[in-house]
Design a protein around this ligand. Structure first.
Ligand SMILES: NC(=O)c1ccc[n+]([C@@H]2O[C@H](COP(=O)([O-])OP(=O)(O)OC[C@H]3O[C@@H](n4cnc5c(N)ncnc54)[C@H](OP(=O)(O)O)[C@@H]3O)[C@@H](O)[C@H]2O)c1
Length: 515
């Protein structure tokens, strides 16, 4: 019997997952993200029976492509990138409702033609349909698309009904505070905030969602989640890949914009926020904004300040020689773009006053890993230390976000033998071991949530602005400094010496991530 297999304490908030009849319209349908993530996500929702009974998909792009040809492209992307093999009774049902629409992103006529197509689908299905627009293009066309959705009336389709139009916007959300504000204004000229789903795909990852469960469903963690017990928090988002052939694109961005402003700030907000009054989207997002606003302005001085930036030099990663950033294709000789950034943040609230929060993100680093490490205060070495001047190793709780999702707790234990010696050991929980490895991808969760109207895992307009408010002064200061303060680190290492010194200043050191 099914119920016998359930764990006795398996609990669920069974949010209603039934999505209304929907047309998803993806702008940038010939792009990399659509092929690698979005189409496979739609397919896997189909396999799990989570697509609405009436589901239509229109891909939009500038090149003329026949419907049949686009259906084949979509099938190929499922075959190449889906976590599950193509099952023939699911794919044909999805494929039969895929169309392609060619037109310029800034051409008003294209939107009127698109509207015609949608009205025809609506007529033939004899139902009102929810329109879900997914903007998956480079950011230079986000604003024309939003304006045209507004002007054509597509943004107001079924306005103020439970199935009014929705829009999903990909990252990057602006390049500084001013541009993020301008983008928010364009959005609110054309949509209501409740129709808007700003994506940070990190929030769709299982361990990130588990962070709230770990914090608020276990009695042992929350009582010690504060300045009395925590020594520091370290957030690492490291990539082992360098810029490869995408240097020209990356040089416009850098680690602060590409990773810290969005992914690591979101992780910080979730790990440090106060408990929300409920799990509804606004309660959680209110707490995240409060937390972001409590972060103190940073000391930007390159000597002993709160911020470190660096570029990688030639080195070895997994035995392969990697050219330095400045020697990579498409990088101008004068580039000061950081491929690594580390920050020390102070949160000025009752819970966290005086506790440093460190974050770092870099390319061409030793290992690909994203994790949050909460390091607790060291126990005194009175009993188990030969030299009582030294305290014992600290306990650390590590939330591993990728690649090997799970939670590790580091604790001291006795080494077997006749002497009493302690050694830090790990207690490991691995998602793949406990629950199997075929967990849904972030984009499956995020597309489903947007279809059913749950914006919990999306970023509100004021969150993006609160985060940019903190990051923009750093970017402006760096621009003024030119090359001054740009450190170097060898590709395949864990970053520059200055980033180690950032922690030594408070008698801390970076965790050797990936261990
Ligand atoms: N790829 C990823 O893994 C990834 C991950 C996270 C976030 N994102 C974000 O998702 C969005 C899409 O990423 P992507 O990698 O799929 O982008 P992409 O492949 O570079 O572009 C997507 C599509 O947009 C159109 N396009 C490209 N350049 C354009 C331009 N200058 N002006 C107007 N249209 C242009 C092209 O379609 P047509 O020529 O057919 O019109 C292209 O196929 C971006 O905002 C990106 O930052 C991507």
């Amino acid at each position: 019997m099914e119920s016998d297999k359930r764990h006795p304490f398996l609990n669920g908030l069974s949010k209603h997952r039934g999505a209304p009849p929907t047309v998803i319209v993806i702008f940038g349908a010939s792009g990399d993200l659509t092929a690698r993530k979005l189409i496979p996500a739609i397919y896997n929702l189909g396999v799990d029976n989570l697509l609405p009974s009436q589901f239509f998909f229109i891909g939009v792009g500038r090149k003329p492509i026949e419907n049949k040809q686009f259906q084949e492209i979509a099938r190929t992307s499922v075959k190449s990138f889906s976590r599950r093999d193509i099952v023939d009774d699911v794919w044909p049902r999805i494929e039969a409702n895929i169309q392609y629409h060619a037109g310029g992103y800034d051409d008003p006529k294209s939107y009127l033609d698109l509207k015609e197509k949608i009205l025809k689908i609506e007529e033939s299905s004899d139902r009102k349909l929810q329109l879900l627009f997914y903007i998956s293009t480079p950011p230079n066309v986000f604003e024309p698309i939003l304006e045209n959705l507004g002007a054509s009336g597509l943004a107001n389709h079924n306005a103020n009904s439970p199935i009014e139009s929705k829009v999903i916007i990909e990252k990057p959300f602006g390049k500084d505070l001013e541009s993020a504000k301008a983008l928010n204004q364009t959005i609110t000229r054309n949509f209501n905030e409740k129709q808007v789903y700003r994506i940070d795909h990190y929030l769709g990852k299982e361990t990130v969602q588990d962070l709230l469960v770990q914090r608020f469903s276990n009695a042992i963690f929350e009582p010690i989640w504060n300045r009395n017990y925590v020594n520091c928090v370290q957030i690492t988002v490291a990539e082992s890949l360098g810029v490869g052939t995408r240097g020209g694109y990356y040089d416009q961005s850098g680690a602060l914009r590409d990773m810290i402003q969005n992914h690591t700030m979101q992780l910080l907000a979730l790990v440090a926020m106060e408990p929300p009054v409920s799990l509804d989207p606004e309660s959680i997002r209110d707490e995240k904004v409060k937390l972001l606003k409590a972060i103190q302005p940073l000391d930007l001085n390159p000597d002993n300040g709160d911020v470190v930036r660096a570029q990688y030099t030639e080195g070895l990663i997994n035995g392969e020689r990697v050219p330095g950033y400045m020697q990579s294709e498409g990088i101008p000789e004068t580039s000061t773009t950081e491929t690594y950034a580390a920050l020390r943040l102070s949160i000025n609230n009752w819970r966290w006053k005086g506790i440093p929060f460190y974050m770092r993100s870099g390319k061409s680093m030793s290992t690909r890993v994203s994790e949050i490490a909460i390091q607790f205060k060291r126990p005194p070495g009175i009993l188990f230390s030969d030299d009582q001047r030294f305290d014992l190793a600290p306990n650390t709780m590590v939330l591993k976000i990728q690649p090997d999702e799970g939670v590790t707790i580091v604790m001291n234990s006795k080494v077997p033998g006749l002497e009493t010696r302690t050694q830090p050991v790990k207690m490991d929980f691995r998602y793949a071991t406990t629950f199997g490895s075929n967990t849904p991808e972030a984009y499956e969760r995020l597309i489903l949530d947007s279809m059913v109207g749950d914006s919990t895992l999306f970023i509100r307009g004021d969150e993006t602005e609160a985060s940019w408010k903190l990051i923009t002064p750093i970017l402006e200061y760096w621009k003024k400094c030119g090359k001054r303060g740009v450190e170097e680190y060898v590709a395949g290492s864990w970053g520059p010496l200055a980033a180690e010194q950032l922690l030594w200043a408070n008698k801390n050191e970076w965790r050797r991530s990936g261990l």
